[in-house]
Ligand binder design. Sequence first.
Ligand code: ADP
Ligand code: MG
Length: 254
Amino acid sequence: MTDDVPALEVVNLHASVDGREILRGVDLAVPAGRLHALMGPNGSGKSTLANVLLGNPAYEVTDGALKLLGEDITALDPGDRAGRGLFLGFQHPEEIPGVSVLNFLRQAISIRTGINDYSVLETRLKVMEWTKRLGMDNRFLDRYLNEGFSGGERKRNELLQMALLQPVVAVLDETDSGLDIDALKAVATGVTEIRNERPDLAILLITHYHRILDHLPPDVVHVLVDGRVVQTGGPELALEVEARGFDAFRSKVA
Ligand code: ADP
Ligand code: MG
């Protein structure tokens, strides 16, 4: 993998929902192996960016481009993006009644690896290895996806998917939201475990709090306000956000 081609690149991205422009020219690039934090107040467009990255058809890209390892993926559908190694950990993982965790993972791995009908046994073995490494209870494997899961279980289940799918880029949308301090630490430890296994993995960690960054120190911090990255800097930028609040960055938008 060459150093000069970022794992993920967002170029002058403009995107709308219901005809309203939410992202108004977002630029950022995450190199392989790096962890970038994207911070921004509620409503700034963080989840919109995550959805656009994954190709949610409710969001229309009106200008700009998305690149994965230098390849333009703007026109690809969500399945193709996932197949190429783009992963999204949702802010609010959906319940999918009737689909067991195990079956879901098996089908997702089939798409990612291109191996048709990935074996149940193989999936179970991999899942057992990773539930152990992520400190998860593996009894819920046979339960339906996210049905009745606690907030912490849902988030850790997203990490389990991330570990098994071996993405090139993982976008984690507020993986820390709604978690108590122990669950937060478990999530941070899980992300670190996955990074140790796959040093080339690029991560875009979306959050509006500093606290998860104490456990997952970012290489670079981007501040998103009103649909634009208004500042990019080192880890100290997260502390500045914490100290001054997002409003201090709003003036930079105009
Ligand atoms: P954040 O994740 O930073 O809190 P969002 O991206 O969720 O922000 O929202 C940004 C703006 O886009 C908000 O005004 C929100 O109401 C709007 N928006 C996001 N998704 C949708 C959607 N699916 N339908 C309509 N409006 C949306
Ligand atoms: Mg959000």
